[in-house]
Design a protein around this ligand. Sequence first.
Ligand code: ADP
Length: 462
Amino acid sequence: MFRTVTFRLTGWYVLLFTAFSVAVFILVDLRLSSDLRKRENEDLLENAMEIETACQTLDLEQLKTVFKHEAESDGITRVFYLLLSPDFEELASSDLSVWHGINFKPAELGTLSNQEVFKNLSVPGEESKVRVIYKKTSDGKIIQIGTSIEEDEELIANFHKIFGVAILLMLLSGSLLGLLITRRAMSGVERVTQTAVRIGKGDLTHRVPIENEGEEIENLASAFNDMLERIHTIVKELKEVTSNIAHDLRSPITRIRGIAETTITGNQEQEEYQAMAGMIVEECDSLVVMINTMLEIAENDSGIKEFSTDPVDMTGVARNAYELFQPVAEQKGIYLKYENPPDTLITLGDVTRLQRLVANLLDNAIKFTPAGGNVILSSSGTDTQLKISIIDSGIGIENDVLPHIFERFYRADRSRSTPGNGLGLSLARSIARAHGGEITVKSQPGKGSTFTVILPRKYLPI
Ligand code: ADP
């Protein structure tokens, strides 16, 4: 529990809150005490000045009456008045019976200057103190007035109590509220974790529900779901590929084994052995081609291998492919036509792979077009895209087959008699996608097919 983010966040929140509250408390306390003291001093000084004026006109007896009268009107337990000689002998005073035991001349007072002096004196047997002013008159006498500060002390003590309770309540409710808020904020993360745990147990179909819980959590959930989607697709593809590989590699290996078995058991001529060895080499070569193509598709799909991003003139690529396949088409009795666009079409990428892409499509078009048919290779461009089309008048593709032709190892039944491994279109599409493009197909069974490659168009700096 102590290691959870919720606990730590709440802890920090409470800690900061406490520090802030204590700082406010100290500031208010200091301000309150100094204001109260200032007010006490002002009252005492005002009183002392009134007495000083009275001293000039009244004799000691009259002063005594004034002192008595003044003390009684404020309460003899709250104030006292004294007039002292310069060496602190009492000359006149109010009723001092309740102030018994006070040291009216504390040692640290020393000799008085003309400036008034304020002191806090303790009252023996009582907790509260008394605030006292000593003021020298013009003839050297000392006026001493004391006032109890019990009420002010009570005020401060009450303030401490109220503030203490308030802070305690605020801390308690703050901690609870902080805990609730952080728990709510972290609940999204908790759900992502729960989903991750479920997935860890093998349930790849599960997704984090995206609820209204703030942008960060929603972003986390949707990024997590996107990642899951990708992993799910990869795992699905991997399963398909594994079963395809198992199936498609088994046939050539079985054939190789068959030939090898014949060489062991049979009693053939030297030439026959050589022919059989030749067949094994051929089978092995086609296996190597298949494995290399599979690796290439995997590399293109995963995006782990860095591509070169050189400018490639796709018009040139198409023309080269046309020149390469022209003799093959001619031999098969197919009319191969190349339609040259008026301007160059540049894309960024790996020229060898792009050549492979066009060659695979052209190879298929010639392969699946009977003699007498025709194949048109053309290219065109818009501002942002370039298009290479391969149109054939061949056997076409059935509608139910069409969605599968880009899958690895897929071959329509009708094409089983033609050579191929069912990887040509998968490789072509993976190359197009790795270059930020796509391949689309339209086909009419018995009439022909059109494969269109779309790639991003770029321009050479002038
Ligand atoms: P392969 O050509 O080695 O069989 P591909 O991946 O290149 O494998 O093609 C997959 C399948 O798509 C082919 O077996 C064929 O059935 C179909 N196909 C591809 N191109 C054409 C085309 N131009 N005309 C008719 N069918 C085609």
